[in-house]
Design a protein around this ligand. Sequence first.
Ligand code: ATR
Length: 293
Amino acid sequence: MPVTTAMSSPGNGNMLLGVMGDPIAQSRSPIMHSEALRALGISGEYVSLHITPDQLGEAVQQIRTLGFRGVNVTIPHKVEVMAYLDEVDESARDIGAVNTIVNTNGWLTGYNTDGIGYVRSLKTEVMPTLAGTKIMIIGAGGAARGIAAALLKENLSSLVIANRTADRAQELAADFSGKGSVTGISLDQFGDHLDGIEVVINTTSVGMYPCVNDTPVDTSLFHKGLVISDLIYNPLRTRLLQESLDRGCRIHSGLGMFVYQGAYALEYWTGRPAPTEVMWQTMLESLGSSCKD
Ligand code: ATR
């Protein structure tokens, strides 16, 4: 039975929010959401919660007991947390992972805002419409699954998934076969499949701080005008993006995805439009940069 608590409904005093992960000290969600709450004039707190895998079930129960309005869930809990929720929204079921929990009077619903956050960022910053486009994703892990699920709702012409381990790319493509034209290939062959591709998206962590000299693919095959998108936002301009820019490509960093996944979560919790400009600026300042890629 759901537990009803005095503080679990919005508008009832202080809105308690947080992020559960292990490790969690590096998370920039608390600073981004704290500024967003302030901008909305909502009295509340967004806290870091260091939860180890063996504590996860108890921690989810504490959302109800302590009256948290909601939490974000990050690595390594996005899949396992689903077992402890009352309901999992279609957005999260499609992907098989939850990154946002909403507590409505003790009833916990899981959502996934990563993929839709990414698509909102890509459309807002680079390509207003994705219908009819051919897109390639590099990587076939959890991040790739979320992005693929959201992209396939945009009526793409086709989606190619290129992965170091070709079997994983083919398995992911097969999982989405009913949702559009999806092919899985080996990363070694990505150059053979670039014809007609308009957007290439790196979903791997190759190039992320501190290994900033790494790049997942050979950019010499990229043509002018191609959009190169990287889910990484630290650094804001990865080696992949810098080399692509030098070749005349248009580039898109992962910062927007982070901002918009948080924006959707905040909108679920507060029922109000998120202050995305404030969230964006807060992240730029936190990353120690003033340039918007
Ligand atoms: P996430 O949930 O962040 O996507 P993951 O499930 O561990 O993490 O997936 C990581 C992805 O990055 C995989 O597609 C992985 O390729 P493999 O399936 O072959 O392991 C890819 N990846 C990791 N390191 C890589 C590297 N050095 N070169 C190319 N791809 C790499």
